[in-house]
Design a protein. Structure first.
Length: 165
């Protein structure tokens, strides 16, 4: 077999990388990136619940820990649980879990700089034993907290250029 057909594709990929390197692209949390002011500068508060702890941990992982915060991120959470699949006998076999997060980013004086809300969902099976269903529910709640935190970080990255320097 000859590798000649792959040669133009390889050249195109290398040229694309060179063009990207020359365009001034920088990662959002890299040196000079749009969200650099947030890296290691945000203190996070969230509800004192398991879901709030998971959300706060994920946000801290993504934004970096800080000892002297420049910004305060306050997040409120709300979840809804609904039956997604019901048998003809009326038994619920799948449950949807929807999560809603409202957040505000404020300066140290309490002045709101940015705010937003986001939502996500996940689901889990309720067909196993009671223990299996409870484990699935706990896992779904953990996935939901992480998804909401990631969406908040995405919102912050998109709007951090509006922050005062």
């Amino acid at each position: 077999m000859s590798s000649e057909p792959a040669l133009p594709a390889r050249r195109a990929a290398l040229l694309g990388l060179l063009a990207l390197a020359g365009c001034g692209f920088t990662p959002a949390f890299g040196t000079g990136g749009a969200s650099t002011p947030l890296r290691n500068a945000v203190s996070v508060t969230s509800p004192d619940t398991v879901a709030g702890f998971r959300l706060r941990s994920r946000l801290t992982d993504r934004l970096g820990a800080t000892t002297v915060p420049k910004y305060l991120l306050n997040v409120t959470l709300r979840t809804e649980q609904t039956a997604a699949a019901i048998t003809t006998e009326g038994d619920t076999t799948r449950i949807n879990l929807r999560g809603f997060a409202n957040w505000t980013l404020a300066d140290n004086d309490g002045g709101v700089l940015l705010q937003g809300d986001t939502q996500s969902f996940t689901s889990y099976s309720a067909t196993g034993s009671t223990v299996a269903t409870q484990v699935a529910a706990t896992d779904a709640q953990a996935r939901l907290s992480i998804a909401l935190a990631d969406l908040i970080v995405a919102d912050l990255k998109a709007t951090a250029g509006d922050l005062p320097r």
